[in-house]
Design a protein around this ligand. Sequence first.
Ligand code: ZN
Length: 559
Amino acid sequence: MAKDGMTFRTLFIALSLMAAPAAAQTSNMTTTDPQRLAQSVTTLASDLFEGRAPGTIGEERTIGYLVARFEALGLEPGGPDGQWVQSVPLLHTKLGKAEALGVAQGAKTTPWTFGKEVYLSTLQPKDKVGVNNAPMVFVGHGVSAPERGWDDYKGADLKGKIAVFLINDPDFEAAKGEDAFGKFGGRTMTYYGRWTYKFEEAARRGAIGALIVHDTPGAGYGWNVVVSPGGENYDLVRPADKLTSLQVQGWVEGEAAKTLFSGAGMDLAALRSQARSKSFRPVPMKGATFSAAFPVTQEVVKSANVLARIPGAKRPDETIMYGAHWDAYGKGEPDTQGRVYRAGANDDALGIAGLFEIARAFKSGSAPDRSIVFAAWTAEERGLLGSEHYAANPVWPLDKTVANLAIDILQTAGKAKDVILVGKGQGTLEDDLARFAQKQGRVVTQESLPERGLFYRADHFSMAKRGVPVLLLMGIAGASDMVEGGRAAGQAWVDAYTGKCYHQACDAIGPDWKLDGAAQDIDLMLDIGRDLATSDRWPEWKPGSEFKAIRDKSAAVRQ
Ligand SMILES: [Zn+2]
């Protein structure tokens, strides 16, 4: 990649200089310039970058452009061995046409259609995957959380079996008086509610397959979203001993699940309520077995994170990290306007544009005491893989990473009286956010649907899992109270974006974009980082956060 990357770098140095007129100080009050934001987004979302899918020519061009921009802004390489990039090899798999698929109950076999009754993918680097007449076990919510006094598994051995579980936390639908009530943040989703956690936990117990019973309220999205990847999946390239035991993993559609359970003499509705009880034990699905066999196309995709750095003048080993993801969804079917590239203008070209603005602001002042690292992650859309790779192989030690400040989607409808906080109660950085928002004359509003678990669905989470304090700005987490039009206008923007454009070709920059609100949000992240950069303060997790204990283990390093 380096060789072609160099070619593109030469091109993009010219491009970046054109895109960044000096002293374009306008009358707006933000340090972040909405016009420069728009220029960066326009470039990144242009057809030249082909929707920025990992492993494509679009990636090479994107990386060339990112490096050129950071270099032009006067930053240093922040990757391993003095490089701009950290390579991230990805496993890409796609299931072919099913050779066998269905359930059997006694003498009765029921064929299932891929995408209709069941949706599957695999993280196995193999040419064929399958399970043959594997016994199925219902494991409730599939949660093992000793610190919350909860264990759905009760030591059950899942070797050679298919784990079948419910989505979300045990307390998602719990009523007062039930054991689970309030144990997992109430309606707020915890990591235990995420499908990623459930698959990992089932694999730790030796399961060879895992199926989540889909329900729209619990998942936060419909069946159409479940099936949209079409049998594709991505993972980091892992050594053989670190591979998941799951041959296939996925979802069973809600109605098909009901039929399956009743065929095994089980009542899904009754089991749902039992699964909210502490005494719940896994229930073998009498006589029910699952079979699936698929050819797999698999390849290793060479991708990369881009890392840029401003070394601290006094305590360079302490790092404040800003992150956004460069990848988007690449090429798809033409939409009604004939657009084929799903270029993620907002998600997350705008976040990357924000990083450039923040880097520019830091370089315009005197050197910070602590170091600032800018991370442009790959493969966020494939499961937070670029940030996960970094967090597992950090270039700058995590125990001395002061904070990870992440931008992933900002509202583009203009100025707002508030900023939306994702993950309330997790850490002290939310207090910093409130303090600096107040200086802008704004307030903090909590995300509107904490049960969707957005806190676990962006790159900052890869750092949080390792204890690094995080703050995420994600404009779709709730309706902003817009200066023009109030909360209703904010809701209209969220509905329009999530309903039509999220992950579609329609996530494009247009004349309707008003970036003065996004510029204020980016200024907030800048202000928080600037304050930390000249301080010896270490943000912390709040009591009750599942990440506090992890951070506290390395407290001595920060004395
Ligand atoms: Zn995103």
